[in-house]
Design a protein around this ligand. Sequence first.
Ligand SMILES: [Zn+2]
Length: 331
Amino acid sequence: MSNEIFKLKELSAKLGNDLSLIQASGGNTSIKLDGKLWVKASGKKLKNALNEDIFVSLDLKKITKELSINNSKKELNFKNICGSSLRASIETSLHAIMPYKVVLHTHSVDTIAITLISNSHNYLNKLMKDINWKFIPYFKPGITLAKAISKEFQDNPNPANVLILANHGLVIGEESIEKAEALHKEIISRLKQKPRRQITPNIQKLNSIINKIPNSRLPAFKVIHSLATDRQSFKYVQNNSPFPDHLVFCGRKPLIINNDFSLKESTYGVIEGVGVVLFQDSNIATEEMLKAQAEVFLRIPANKNINFLSDKDCDEILNLESEKYRKKLFV
Ligand SMILES: [Zn+2]
């Protein structure tokens, strides 16, 4: 195995173990080597990079050509050339079009928090001084997002190596793994936001609620309760999902539990001022996404206009065959 691929695996595991950067099977990394694109496989977790095969290799020339002649919004199923039964990540096209050897893509909570706020562009401009960066408005992950980004690179002699993706995360491109890691670290430290203090949940009341709901339980991460106990976060949580992976693993909206509620198809329930309960359909991925959502909301100041995913955005993601595949792999 090439030394560079091993180094990429080491970095992937490091990034993947940080829940403020990567949740569940989200995020991905890649390297372009000798005409091949090595990219994380769909549904695999970056944190497992050193323990299992999470990468697939693809013929870079071939997929670049497929991308350039594809005029539809239909997702492309790139064929891997390593004989693996795994599918390349849905974000492979993004990695392929980035004109850099190493690409890191994380779902950083600080980045997501800033981009959720309407008109955050001026604020970002200040934070990103002297960085060659671009703000990319929200597009459905996959071919639609990649096409929007590729416009940025067309005939551009100085292509951005930092992309801030609204309602989604961060993309870093560099010529070596060391440089990519250093740049990612630098951007993350520039984008750091201070979270509000968490308010303690009412565990006693929550326990009496889960006793009445079959197969319900309390989340393992305490910060999730802030979705109910923090006044601002409670306002935000009643909207559509804030970012795509949250939507895939947590559903469109929570069930708001009050004195009189009927169980619907939600993965989690929120009781104002009390805390959060998880339902039967939730799993560890749900919890990691809810933790990220809670951390994101605690970083958004009061009374801001927030860009949640629209009903149309949600429909598009929930209908993606590739997302159903990814969710299935996780369970
Ligand atoms: Zn992503």
